[in-house]
Design a protein around this ligand. Structure first.
Ligand code: SER
Length: 317
């Protein structure tokens, strides 16, 4: 029986993962935590909730012991665009936070799931069908923390036998909670604006291709990899996974099929554009497919239908 602690439970992934894990493993077996009270009431009220700042190792330890936790889903992280504004904060949360989770896991024998990202790649990485094992020289502090995190998780597995696992998430698109300051956020905001104002100003240029994924697939990947037979895992951490690759024009055209009056213009943010240019256009996720059966269900077309339907209900339109 699993006893799971989720850090960063009020974030974009954490909000939905908390609900899914409570449904899958039982409300009493999931502890949601966040450094401040959750913006989303269900995370806080519909089960166990604790205030935990991952940079506070003592507090993390206390909560892991209190609930006999055996699985830590470490989702507390600062994203790429915010990180460029405050690199010191990013390092503290992303690196010291992960280190604290790994240390607690080493002491208690827990498993740790940590997401990495397409941001773990950089300008010198092959851009198309980016291989699982390739050049990783990222140019953002977020990317640096992700590469260091991947290596640290491998180290804790090899040195101490901590069961560490992780995927490299692409941009995640979802309707329950907004993303917290990343470069791929435009692909979420575009749906809100298309429904509310029929108009969107994109902060990346029309040709910017990046990997993307709909949240239900991202959640499936976490469950699947956490449950995967460890003897089949060659990589363990940092699996490339993807569901689709598109540019702003592609997503605009898809939305226009449902909202014909939708228009989009561009006001490029140079910092975000530089970050996006340094990331791959599309990942090769064949190792994840081979080692633990990864397979996404949504593409741009089916995601757009579902996003628009769910957001209309959320926004009372
Ligand atoms: N979605 C993240 C970001 O844009 C990438 O992992 O920062």
């Amino acid at each position: 029986m699993k006893k799971i602690l989720i850090t960063g439970a009020s974030g974009q992934i954490g909000t939905e993962l908390t609900e899914l894990l409570r449904r899958t493993y039982g409300v009493d077996n999931v502890v949601a935590s966040s450094r401040s009270f959750a913006k989303n009431e269900t995370v806080e009220k519909d089960g166990i909730f604790e205030l935990v700042d991952v940079t506070d190792g003592k507090r993390l330890h206390e909560v892991v012991k209190k609930y006999n936790i055996d699985t830590i889903m470490n989702l507390a992280a600062i994203l790429s665009a915010i990180g460029e504004k405050n690199p010191q904060l990013l390092w503290d949360v992303n690196m010291n936070g992960l280190y604290n989770c790994l240390e607690v896991a080493r002491e208690t024998g827990s498993m740790v799931f940590t997401p990495s990202s397409i941001a773990a790649f950089g300008p010198s990485t092959p851009k198309d069908l980016t291989p699982q094992d390739t050049i990783q020289r990222p140019s953002t502090i977020y990317g640096v923390s992700k590469v260091a995190g991947e290596l640290l998780c491998d180290y804790y597995y090899n040195k101490f036998g901590v069961d560490t696992r992780g995927v490299r998430f692409p941009g995640l698109i979802s309707y329950a909670a907004l993303p917290g300051g990343g470069t791929t956020d435009y692909a979420v905001h575009i749906y809100y604006e298309a429904l509310k104002n029929k108009k969107f100003t994109c902060n990346l240029n029309s040709e910017t291709y990046m990997d993307m994924m709909y949240m239900p697939d991202a959640l499936d990947s976490i469950l699947q990899l956490s449950e995967a037979d460890p003897s089949k895992l060659i990589h363990r951490n940092a699996f490339n996974i993807t569901a689709m690759s598109f540019c702003p024009e592609d997503i605009k055209n898809e939305i226009t099929k449902h909202i014909p009056e939708f228009v989009m213009d561009y006001d490029v943010d140079p910092i975000k554009q530089e970050i996006a240019n340094s990331w791959p256009n599309s990942l090769d996720d064949s190792d994840a497919r081979k080692e633990w059966g990864w397979k996404p269900n949504y593409n741009l077309e089916t995601m757009t239908i579902d996003m628009l339907e769910k957001l209309k209900i959320k926004l009372n339109l």
